[in-house]
Design a protein around this ligand. Sequence first.
Ligand SMILES: O=C(O)[C@H](O)[C@@H](O)[C@H](O)[C@H](O)COP(=O)(O)O
Length: 236
Amino acid sequence: MVKEFFFEQRHHLFTALVAECQDVLAEALSKHGVATLLVSGGSTPAPLYEALSKTELNWKKIKIALVDERWVDPAHAASNEALIRRTLLINNAKAAEFIGMKTTAKTASSGQGETEANYRKLPQPFSLAIVGMGPDGHTASLFPRAKGLADALKPDNDNLTAAISANQSEVTGPNTERMTLTLSALMKTDRVIILFTGEDKLTVFSAAQQPGPVEDMPIRALLHQEQVPVELYWAP
Ligand SMILES: O=C(O)[C@H](O)[C@@H](O)[C@H](O)[C@H](O)COP(=O)(O)O
């Protein structure tokens, strides 16, 4: 069951969401002494990251890692690592340790072993994952009917990360080669927060809440499970 938080204005959403993230991370720090924050890319979350970067958390005890990555150089405009370095790893949050997904491997599939080894060093359970949703019902880089999707969604897949080749029709530009957290990794997270805006995506989300093939709308894998608390933060 997804707990939904709707806001009339985006700045109200981000104010509330920063406070929620701060509470979740502070609780993880007091319980475990460390916290792991998993963050998505895309165009929506930047205001959250910029505000979160200024909060008075014990950032040197917080590990920040990507939910997914386009398999491009960190200097590339489409890089999620670049987005996080620009919007979150600044101000107080600069003290956090960042673990990226991109390696020097030519393809995500040939880089997956190294990325996996890096992610297995992250403290578990992960404290908080911030995920988005695309207009096609994808989340992370779990794209509908993409190559690698079935494995990435398998409950018995112990890998934390998976290489995905999205269909060109699903992504803008050259970013079809992706690395993503698997569903298993998201199920090892104490709290998952879905963040998106706009009426169109809300319509897609409502459709995803109905039963249907997960491969058509992979965010269904997060919505139709009772293992991990999932919250939606939405504004028009
Ligand atoms: O690498 C990415 O693009 C993201 O991780 C992806 O899953 C994103 O969250 C959605 O596509 C929504 O993106 P927008 O916020 O740009 O709508």
